[in-house]
Design a protein around this ligand. Sequence first.
Ligand code: GL4
Length: 828
Amino acid sequence: SSGQSRGKAERMFRLMDEFLKNDPMSLQKDIIHHVEFTVARSRFSFDDFEAYQALSHSVRDRLIERWHDTHQHFKKKDPKRLYFLSLEFLMGRSLSNSVINLGIRDEYADALAQLGFEFEVLAEQEGDAALGNGGLARLSACQMDSLATLDYPAMGYGLRYQYGLFRQIIVDGYQHEQPDFWLNFGNPWEIERVQVSYSVKFYGTVEEKASNGVKYHVWVPGETVEAVAYDNPIPGYGTRNAINLRLWAAKPSGQYDLESYNTGDYINAVVNRQKAEIISNVLYPDDRSYQGKELRLKQQYFFVSASTQDIIRRFKDDHDNFDEFPDKVAFQINETQPSLAIVEVMRVLIDEERLAWKRAWEIVCKLFSFTSHSVNPEGLEKIPVDLLGSLLPRHLQIIYDINHNFMEELKKKIGQDYRRLDQMSIVAEGTVKTIRMANLSIICSHTVNGVSRLHYELLKTRVFKEFYDLWPQKFQYKTNGVTQRRWIVVSNPSLCSLISKWLGTEEWIRNVDLLVGLREHASNPVLQQEWRMVKKINKIRLAEYIETLTGVEVSLDAMFDVQVKRIHEYKRQLLNILGIIHRYYCIKNMNESDRKKVVPRVCIIGGKAAPGYEIAKKIIKLCHAVAEKVNNDADVGDLLKLIFIPDYNVSVAEMVIPGSDLSQHISTAGHEASGTSSMKFLMNGCLLLATADGSTVEIAEEVGSENMFLFGAKVHEVPQLREKATSEVPIQFVRVVRMVRDGYFGFKDYFKSLCDTVEDGKDFYLLGSDFSSYLEAQAMADREFVNEEKWTRMSILSTAGSGRFSSDRTMDEYSKLSWGIQPCKCPF
Ligand code: GL4
């Protein structure tokens, strides 16, 4: 009976609790056990890294315990589940996050202290898991944390790249890329599941067969590769739930090609098999250009096929037909990269499960929710038909069938409007015939999501206008959010304690709306004093980091002004640098008494450029060239410093963000779909200097535009400004560009093409026309910074207004409005 099985389960849980105790003595024993038997070092001699390894394994045991219990609970309750498909997850480090979410950080710190180790020092030993490029990938990671914390029955699927995002090293001011072989020292946070594996097919031909007069298709593959699961437990905060992030690695297939072995060429046959592993070898370092590379398409299908097989297998364990499939399964497609999942589900249902097309299509239409993360129609993913047809011949047929049906239906609605039909077709004619993955995703999904309100407006009116006119009810937005666990609790422990002290509770860590409670204290001098102390502590940490890294000593009294994100022309790091040149020029041309009035600044820029993105690389070099000049100018001293932080990644962000006073989000309006680092800065009480782009519009509504420094052209003004033959570019702008052009910072020839991008008439991202208002916003920030009370108040109000930008809210919205899933909380 269910009472009996509950009794049994309870007993098992109790046994497990007895097994893993969390008092400092048990933790010490446990760590030492792992030193001896997992790391295989003597308990009498092990270094910090080995201590980190043993510590991680001890934490991992506790993760696995809860993860098993959650798995068991989900299986028992059989709720509708969400499957989150993303080609990228930027997880960063796991140790601190895990012990905090498990609620045993202090116990571990005590245990380690008694063994003569410091928790923080060991945590620094961990390398980042960087299986993603930037905002999109980190968003997936934040959302996984929220799904676990909110007890949603969810699971993430992705690829286990052997090489994560490249490491950036700077040589003479130029970016160089080095491979990130992150698995070199083992990864305690994953569990290899050799028994969970699926065959993934590629190439080959499609044969038409018939049985009892019913036609069906058989795909005879030309290559088969094995996908092996690696599970990464994601612990929720303040709950027993821990969900699974399942990443697939490619292994040679178990099916041998007897032919090649029999020819006697044994060595070559083995070597050829080994080539299968290439599929999951390396992350593509550019998240915005689709070059029609076969390996990339292979990666996409590989992870989609393995995930789909896994999901269908799990469903079929408890169901003998597909009627309930849409009631038990929701798919989330993160950008278009996983959208082959749609076609794959269709293929499995009709070819393998032998459902009728109509029935299969009905089911598929209820499964998928698609989120777009881009604004640029040119950037949308297009796959050459030839490539798709050779790699996935059956899928191409199915895409053509879906498109044919859609076109017929559309003609009934809009008639012979060939321009519109052509725009909405999945197949794009042209010199190279391509498949438009966004069109496929929209047509087959029940919901199309934007990532901010502004982005949603752009999707409706520009990017996917034709589809919006056809299906307005499909379009929604769920403004992005970030997790306050990682971005306050883990990365800013001093601020975390201060907030809890003033709110009188730690409940905001699970219920972030409570942060508004800080508003009533925003002018309280006691809080203000403590708030500044916290900022000071974080600035000291950052200043020390800068000094060890670059040798430059920075003043703690200066305003730390930060722009950290991927380097892109539209994000306008160049605008920032030109602004810094202007500031430098002004300081140089001031008399002594005016110099005394200058508010000192430490300008910090960090970010990676895609290896093939020439202009972005030149921006990095310009930053170094300007820094070289400015930082060594005795006239300037502490009034201005420019620092480039190399190899920006999640763990660098965890240190930089809490230590900054001002942060810049200055993309040309209409180009940043959302932006998420702004939200992390906001939570940490940094003031935002920003354009009205992406989610900053909504941030301004929450914290009040009087508590931010907004500037620049609005979205609707951008087209006209671009049209203008010669815009009114201010003299200050002409001057700073001229300085770069004339070789004031050296490397004259190298910077020429960079300067050309902002020449009058060619300045696509409108640096020139936004320059005056940018300088005004900067001057405003200077004025407010010297008013300590006002600045601190604005800072407190920033944190207080950041609640809406938690991924907890985003995940609740998706669950209610798109996925139809409910929390499923693991007991005990
Ligand atoms: C991005 C957007 O550029 C960025 O604005 C957004 O915050 C992020 C998450 O929605 O997605 N799209 C791509 S592609 N990369 C991103 O970072």
